[in-house]
Design a protein around this ligand. Sequence first.
Ligand code: SD4
Length: 332
Amino acid sequence: MTFAGGTVLHRATGAPLIERAQLTGQAPLIVSTWPFGKPANEKALATLRGGGSGLDAIEQGIRVTESDPSNRSVGLAGIPNAAGIVQLDACIMSGPGHRGGSVGAVSGFRHPISIARGVMERTKHVMLVAEGAEAFAGKHGYDRGPKVSAKEKAAWKKWLKEEAAKEQAARAGSGLKRNHDTIALIALLPDGNVFGGCSTSGWGYKLPGRLGDSPILGSGLYVDNEVGAAGATGLGENVMRYCGSFLVVEFMRQGLHPQDACIETIKRIARLDPKGFDLAINFIALDKQGRFGAAGTGTGFEYAVTTEAFSKVVRSPGLTSQDVGPLGGNRR
Ligand code: SD4
């Protein structure tokens, strides 16, 4: 990734990724991770057009992805944990009131984003996990579903057989390559308020009880109504040790463009982390001026941007050590 005359260029091809001018949008401005975020963004926009609130837009948008039977990393069609159960993580934040709600390791319910909103709106707490979150969801009648899809159960049985022969370390590595997605969806409304949400089934074949960055406010998602919002996708272990989304927002507070804030966050993490840029992490961001951006490690990633004027999938810049040069930090 390089910059030339205000244009971000693709690292390998040198082709323009996105004109700087395009990085200024209008409100409503909706940004989400991966190409599957596009229909979620469009649902969020339709919800706003229909008179829904910012939180309604976030919730309804993310529910589209959670309902997709072909999505192996969000919702109940996701890859299960090592015990064959899909454990879902989600969170939601409202800029107004700086409110947040979150659930972790929830199984048997279709829409963790809705339960996270319920935690925010119906309890005095911010986060509920596992049995407690499930009891709350059951009590309030949230949609139930299977603890794992039939398709993923069959795949899990096969995985179990294959992995039985391998070491625990090899097991973690293979899980990482097979799934890697989360929906983080952030929105700026015409009234200047900012909202966001995040939902995932996490790292496929993870240890039961493992939480990633997605339900952790400040890691997988952060919303600050004075500045903007950021969200993450990728290997949560490499985001949550650095409060990644919070850091993106803080860089924007210091005056950085959202795209530069994502880039600086990845550089900061890579500088500190013994793995350098081999992190598999990606960020999206938008600010109160209606500007947006993203960045990822390696070749970057695709994300979706929707306004009243357009709805499209954009490739982010990608960062490698070649782009940034040798870094110092906490290597051993
Ligand atoms: C997690 N960040 O649980 C999530 C899942 C993921 O792309 O891979 N997102 O670590």
